[in-house]
Design a protein around this ligand. Structure first.
Ligand SMILES: *Cc1c(COP(=O)(O)O)cnc(C)c1O
Length: 418
């Protein structure tokens, strides 16, 4: 068996895997030409036809009535919460595992994020643990479809109805998915997407909310467009917003809209490519290693891939630290990273403890999972069969060298003593 690169052997991977990361997002000449057209059009902003066309296309793609385009996927959540009437002192249930924005958006409007644990297989909000976290202050739940997997939407909608809570789906990581045949993002009261640089659709920054509810849609539009109604033109707001509705400028630009309109046309093909890559890798690695993988949502018809997660919690691996496995894979040329910790432990989530609450049951599953998980950005799965084989061989090489990994760890410990 060849020697691990971590221990001075020859790396198995080539530069190409790293280059997949830097090549993102995809670019083409058709979009470049349209951007040029926008540049000379004098229609850079303020609900231009470019933006309205994109909103319509995104709404149609999801079979939803209204889409409201904004500047990022944090303010979309804020606008959604404000539109639902959530405000200071209210509580909003969020999962322990997500990007910090899900919880900070709640904090920014003066409400209190309440963290609930995740399911050990899907890594998404555990619907069995929600009811216990609900109090008379709870106004909404923000389920996050993490890494393309999906929260159990059937059960969540039932819980929402039973307790009269609004459901705001955070779809920042699940562009192009289907739950039980329905586009994900069309099931809750509102859904929110991000188009930040790393996401499956990206214009550098950007975000959008979807809703079938005319009233919520109008309120979100007003919140994000300094109080204007959807049919108003610049300088003539037509009517003033309802009293007490805090309105902002969350508007994006036409440049974002043009990039995203073209990307939407290629979204299904992109999803298929990543889904195929993940299927190949997981089927092979389940046979050749003891790694397990994040499971699909119970009724996921199409589950997109945003960040591919490997979980090393099998007994065979327990005495090898996640840092050691990570270092060994990186040394072979696979650009994996450690998983993001539960939000309340994240470096950037430095709120005072009375500004958030952890469900009394705790978030032990989330904490355990993060200590045993590694993440590979989906872009790395975008190559041909040869590249996928290279990825599989790297992982197999490292996981079939557990004894050298253990000795390496022991040697580090000894060094620490000297
Ligand atoms: C990216 C992301 C957001 C929004 O992030 P922005 O960078 O503000 O667009 C929200 N929730 C989740 C789960 C995300 O991954």
């Amino acid at each position: 068996m060849s020697k691990l690169a971590l221990l001075g052997g020859k790396p198995l991977g080539s530069q190409i895997l790293q280059e997949r990361l830097s090549a993102w997002p995809p670019k083409n000449n058709v979009t470049a030409q349209k951007l040029n057209e926008v540049y000379f059009s004098n229609q850079w902003a303020f609900s231009s036809t470019y933006m309205k066309d994109f909103e319509q296309a995104f709404a149609d793609y999801h079979g939803v009535k209204h889409a409201i385009f904004m500047v990022n996927g944090t303010v979309t959540l804020q606008a959604a919460l404000i539109a639902c009437g959530v405000g200071p002192g209210d509580e909003v249930i969020v999962p322990a595992l997500t990007w910090i924005a899900t919880a900070t958006a709640v904090h920014y409007i003066g409400a209190i994020p309440v963290f609930v644990d995740v399911d050990s297989e899907t890594l998404c909000l555990d619907t069995n643990k929600i009811s216990q976290a609900i109090t008379e202050k709870t106004k909404a739940i923000i389920p996050v479809h993490l890494h393309g997997s999906m929260v159990d939407m059937d059960r969540l909608v039932d819980i929402g109805k039973q307790h009269d809570l609004k459901i705001i789906e955070d779809c920042a990581q699940v562009h192009g998915g289907l739950w039980d045949g329905k586009p994900i993002g069309s099931i809750g009261d509102i859904s929110s997407f991000s188009f930040q640089l790393s996401k499956l659709m990206s214009s550098g920054e950007g975000g959008i909310c979807l809703s079938n509810d005319d009233d919520l849609a109008e309120r979100m539009y007003r919140v994000s467009h300094i109080g204007y109604t959807p049919d108003a033109v610049q300088g003539r707001p037509l009517s003033s917003p309802p009293e007490g509705l805090t309105c902002h400028n969350f508007r994006p630009t036409s440049f974002n809209a043009v990039i995203l309109s073209d990307q939407l046309k290629g979204l299904d093909a992109l999803t298929q490519k990543y889904v195929g890559a993940r299927k190949y890798l997981e089927a092979r690695l389940v046979e050749s290693t003891h790694i397990r993988f994040q499971k699909s949502g119970r009724k996921a018809t199409i589950q997109p891939v945003y960040k591919w997660v490997m979980i090393f919690d099998a007994p065979e691996y327990r005495d090898i630290s996640i840092d050691t496995i990570c270092a060994a894979l990186v040394a072979e040329g696979l650009p994996v990273v450690l998983a993001v910790p539960p939000v309340y432990k994240h470096m950037l989530f430095n709120l005072e403890e009375n500004k958030y609450r952890i469900s009394h049951e705790g978030c032990h599953i989330a904490e355990q999972l993060v200590d045993r998980s590694l993440v590979l950005m989906h872009q790395v799965l975008g190559g041909d069969q040869k590249e996928l084989e290279m990825i599989a061989e790297i992982i197999e090489k490292v996981m079939n060298n557990c004894d050298p990994l253990r000795s390496y760890q022991d040697s580090l410990k000894k060094e620490a003593f000297v």
